[in-house]
Write a protein that binds this ligand. Structure first.
Ligand code: ZN
Length: 319
């Protein structure tokens, strides 16, 4: 079983939270030994900036994203036998054939563009292949998910429309996770390339503004997109637990609503804490989810699609 995980915050944890450790040895859920045991083919690493922690706001955030990319470049140089950068589906296949895990770099918090479209080009040149336009705050691109209906219905701003269009031209996937329902609809309207929800679940099973409604799953599936299953308890169903039973329910619902080409994996490893019971605490435990899904009747070929085929389709669609 070869895994592509569309979202982890391991770079953020290593650099900003723990301020120690590397991809080989750390106190994270994602590490090179763990990914090897999981059969990881590609791991998407988010350069996430929590803007409210930064005195310099989005400008400092933009500089920090470059520091995160520098850090990852250093890691790839440090462990060249084990992990290599990937910028396309082809790269992932080649790295895999050479026995290497692929690292795909992403940005989580498009506010760091701070109204400057040119920055997208720079980020693309530096290897960023997916961007999550917003986190949980309004920014220059548009509005985030919210329990407040007046925020939830608002969509992209004019700069956000330009951003989404440009991302498609450059060959950067647009990530609708964290977006408001209005932003989601606008992204689908204006996107020119692949769109995914890298780490979101089903709102029908757990009413949370970070999750996708059946209608959203349907519409996203229609344009060839998909969603990565998020392991965060409050998005699965139980506040202080991340349960396999609930993970399988969300995957089955995604298949029912969006078809077998829809579900992917987007663990959100190292992006949350405070969950008391974790059925899958680390990458190396991913096999448990595979086995649980198999028991629920998901076929081997569907599992391959969920584990890697659907994500490879997205990577292959990047021009
Ligand atoms: Zn996130």
């Amino acid at each position: 079983m070869k895994l592509i995980d569309l979202h982890c915050d391991t770079v953020w944890k290593l650099m900003d939270l723990d301020k120690k450790g590397d991809l080989m040895e750390n106190q994270c859920s994602v590490s090179i030994p763990g990914m090897k045991r999981a059969g990881t083919m590609a791991q998407f690493f988010a350069c996430f900036v929590h803007v409210k922690d930064l005195a310099g706001g989005y400008e400092e955030g933009y500089r920090h994203v470059h520091e995160m990319i520098d850090f990852m470049e250093g890691q790839l140089k440090k462990f060249p036998e084990n992990i290599a950068g990937a910028y396309s589906g082809e790269d992932v296949m080649r790295n895999d054939a050479e026995g290497k895990i692929s690292a795909v770099l992403t940005v989580e918090e498009g506010g760091i563009l701070n109204g400057k479209l040119k920055r997208l080009e720079t980020l693309h040149q530096r290897g960023i292949r997916l961007m999550t336009p917003m986190w949980n705050d309004e920014n220059c691109i548009g509005y985030p998910n919210s329990r407040e209906p007046s925020v939830m219905e608002k969509g992209l701003k004019p700069f956000g429309i330009e951003t989404v269009r440009r991302m498609g031209e450059l060959g950067m996937a647009v990530d609708v996770s964290h977006a408001s329902d209005g932003t989601f609809a606008d992204i689908l309207r204006y996107a020119r390339g692949p769109v995914v929800a890298s780490h979101s679940n089903c709102r029908e099973l757990k009413r949370h503004p970070r999750n996708l409604t059946d209608r959203m799953i349907h519409d996203l599936a229609e344009i060839g997109g998909g969603a990565g299953l998020n392991f965060y308890g409050p998005f699965l169903g139980t506040e202080d637990a991340s349960l396999i039973e609930e993970m399988t329910a969300h995957i089955l619902h995604m298949i029912r609503c969006g078809g077998e080409s829809f579900p992917m994996i987007g663990t959100d490893f190292d992006g949350f804490d405070g969950i008391e019971r974790l059925d899958i605490p680390k990458a190396e435990d991913m096999e448990k989810l595979w086995d649980a899904l198999k028991k629920k009747g998901v076929s081997e070929s569907q599992l391959d699609q969920i584990w890697n085929g659907n994500a490879l389709r997205i990577l292959n669609a990047l021009s």
